[in-house]
Write a protein that binds this ligand. Structure first.
Ligand code: NAP
Length: 300
């Protein structure tokens, strides 16, 4: 089979040797038409040529840009990447931020800067409620690990979920009202854009935090800054932004109640992703349905 690798962001040097080793009988190309296309931020003009492909395989978990691209052939199946290395990395980032807020580490860093010795009240994990927006691949893994640490965990998703120890709240308002530490792991769709707005943030419990590791478009930045400035929220942990790299004059860079990372919560990890991609190529070869197909209507 002819397999196209088309990405302006993922490194061909990282991917192609591993793919060639796993699929020695296949031909790998970097432009033109193909049976299977592996894409992430593909160069302009790539998608238009894929009308004859049997599968377009994203090399990223989030596919909002591909789904919104008018050049994406509608009749070709689109699969997103579900990479176990990324899932593990994302849960580590969730746990790191939840624990930073829960154990007041962001405040102790501030006190250290002012040479202040001040012991804050110790809370138990069972005193805290973490709310996870999106109980998909990433949200489910993070939820399980938070439950294992003893946190109360509530979750919000479109469809029912059965995750031991996690209570799914179907009313968004009630979900926010119960949540102290909010973790956003939703896909970006027209329904989820701007979900972290003034109205919902004000429903979070006093002294809570926002951890957005999904997409910048989920947050209304001015509303989040207002919720931090008023003291209603204690801290925000942000990995993703509407405009990336975040412009140097963005107030989030210097806000004392914001911890920023440059979209690194979970990077695609070719070592763990290649076997998943290979499985889908083999499925195409055998005429079987690929895994992790995107629902174009739902947008994720
Ligand atoms: P997923 O498996 O598709 O799960 C998405 C979850 O969101 C599902 O539980 C889904 O509900 C829920 N959902 C979608 N639309 C909803 C709506 N309108 N209302 C309520 N719930 C809704 O996605 P994933 O693999 O966990 O990834 C989530 C996102 O993380 C990706 O789309 C990507 O943008 C982001 N991400 C970020 C990084 C990073 O480094 N920062 C890395 C990887 C991924 P159902 O279960 O009912 O379908």
């Amino acid at each position: 089979m002819k397999v196209l690798f088309a990405s302006r962001s993922e490194s061909a040097e990282d991917w192609l040797p591993r793919l060639r080793a796993a699929l020695p009988g296949d031909e790998f190309i970097e432009r033109g038409d193909a049976d299977v296309a592996l894409v992430a931020d593909p160069p302009p003009g790539t998608l238009e040529k894929l009308g004859g492909a049997k599968l377009i395989q994203s090399l990223w978990m989030g596919v909002e840009n591909l789904v919104a691209d008018p050049a994406l052939p509608r009749h070709v199946p689109l699969a997103r990447l579900v990479d176990p290395g990324m899932v593990a990395a994302m849960s580590e980032m969730v746990l790191a931020h939840v624990l930073d807020w829960h154990r007041h580490l962001y405040l102790y860093r501030y006190h250290q800067g002012n040479v202040t010795w001040r012991q804050l009240e110790q809370k138990l994990a069972s005193d805290r409620t973490v709310g996870i927006l999106g109980l998909g691949t990433l949200g489910t893994d993070a939820a399980r690990k938070l439950v294992a640490l003893g946190f109360n965990v509530v979750g919000y998703s479109r469809r029912p979920k059965d995750i031991a120890g996690v209570r799914r709240v179907t009313d968004l308002q009630l979900f926010f009202e119960q949540t102290e530490a909010l973790v956003c792991l939703l896909p970006l769709t027209p329904q989820t854009r701007g979900i972290l707005n003034a109205e919902n943030l004000k429903s979070l419990r006093q002294g809570g935090c926002v951890i957005n590791l999904a997409r910048g478009g989920h947050v209304v930045s001015a509303d989040l800054i207002a919720a931090l400035d008023s003291g209603h929220l204690a801290h925000a942990y942000l990995d993703v932004f509407e405009c990336e790299p975040l412009p140097a004059d963005d107030p989030l860079w210097r806000h004392p109640s914001v911890t920023l990372t440059p979209h690194v919560a979970a990077l695609t990890e070719p070592r763990t992703a290649v076997p998943v991609v290979v499985e889908n190529i083999e499925r195409v070869r055998r005429g079987k349905a690929p895994l992790h197909l995107v629902d174009r209507e739902a947008g994720y």
